[in-house]
Design a protein around this ligand. Structure first.
Ligand SMILES: [Zn+2]
Length: 302
């Protein structure tokens, strides 16, 4: 647990999903909900060592189960997400829950404590500003374009220049791109994230990046991961090769720089499968299910 500025907290988790909180004058904004209410309650107990303000807003950066299904523990007045996140929860929330529980059971502390899907109660498309009250300034929620999913948002504190980037940026952790829009993400979306010129960045996983140089390095590493994968997979696709060849090429090219980062092996089959779909003209990501997960894993990583 780190205090990044007055009333700004981040809990990083050695490659597991990060969470955060921002104090308003008389309320709290919590960022990300973890996988279950039991997991979220453990985070809230740590946060309560610093503040007992009630949670008015729970911000969900995107729809993935490991970041949303613990929401009930916060007892928040408002659950905020992007409009596309609500769409994705409605379209595939149930399948994603089953898929992520089977992929990462370790993150689902007491899965029976989940009351059901988490539904945002407030959505937006471009930007939503939360005034924190007193002289605490604003928390700006912003959609920077399609990236890790169609609906990722970042949470930006302009005064201390602290950015909660969700899974759009990973700092020393591998990228999951199984629901991603690789070209948008590697291009304009990361350009907009970088343009904020943050002085501290909390990514979706991994350590906090402190200072402009570490922030730039985290964004560059994220972009580099995407660009290497795009180059390798596109080369195999253009030559008429098979998905398994594309996987082998992307894996070999990424492993020297990224292979030791958390969840690299776990993510790669899903990443290459999604990118392969995109190269075949599939714009909207296909839905992952436990069955499709197993087929993909057996084909590429088995
Ligand atoms: Zn995610």
């Amino acid at each position: 647990m780190e205090t990044l500025a007055d009333g700004v907290y981040a809990l990083t988790a050695d490659g597991d999903p990060n969470v955060g909180a921002v104090e308003g004058e008389d309320f709290l904004v919590c960022i990300e909900a973890l996988a279950t209410p039991v997991a979220a309650a453990a985070w809230l107990r740590r946060l309560r060592e610093h503040t007992d303000k009630p949670v008015r807003y729970l911000v969900l950066s995107h729809y993935h189960a490991v970041r949303t299904l613990g929401a009930s523990a916060f007892d928040a007045d408002v659950v905020v997400a992007h409009e596309q996140t609500r769409r994705l929860i409605a379209e595939r929330g149930t399948q994603d829950w089953a898929s992520e529980l089977a992929r990462m059971p370790r993150l689902f502390a007491e899965p029976d404590s989940i009351p059901g899907l988490t539904w945002p109660t407030l959505t937006f498309t471009d930007q939503l500003t939360i005034n924190l009250g007193g002289d605490r300034g604003d928390l700006v929620l912003r959609w920077c374009g399609r990236g890790h999913t169609a609906g990722d948002i970042v949470a930006w504190l302009p005064a201390p220049r602290v950015l909660f980037a969700g899974d759009l940026v990973e700092s020393q952790a591998a990228l999951y791109t199984g629901d991603a829009f690789h070209a948008d993400w590697a291009g304009e979306t990361l350009d907009r994230v970088a343009a904020l010129d943050a002085r501290a960045l909390v990514g979706g996983r991994g350590a906090v990046a402190h200072g402009a140089e570490e922030v730039r390095a985290a964004v560059a590493a994220t972009r580099g991961f995407l660009e290497v994968m795009r180059r390798e997979v596109a080369t195999v696709h253009a030559a008429g090769g098979a998905l398994a060849e594309a996987f082998a090429a992307a894996h070999a090219a990424l492993a020297p720089r990224y292979g030791a980062w958390p969840i690299f092996e776990h993510c790669m089959p899903f990443n290459v499968s999604r990118l392969w779909d995109e190269l075949h003209g599939v714009d909207w990501p296909r839905i992952w299910t436990p069955e499709r997960d197993r087929e993909t894993w057996d084909l590429l990583q088995g």
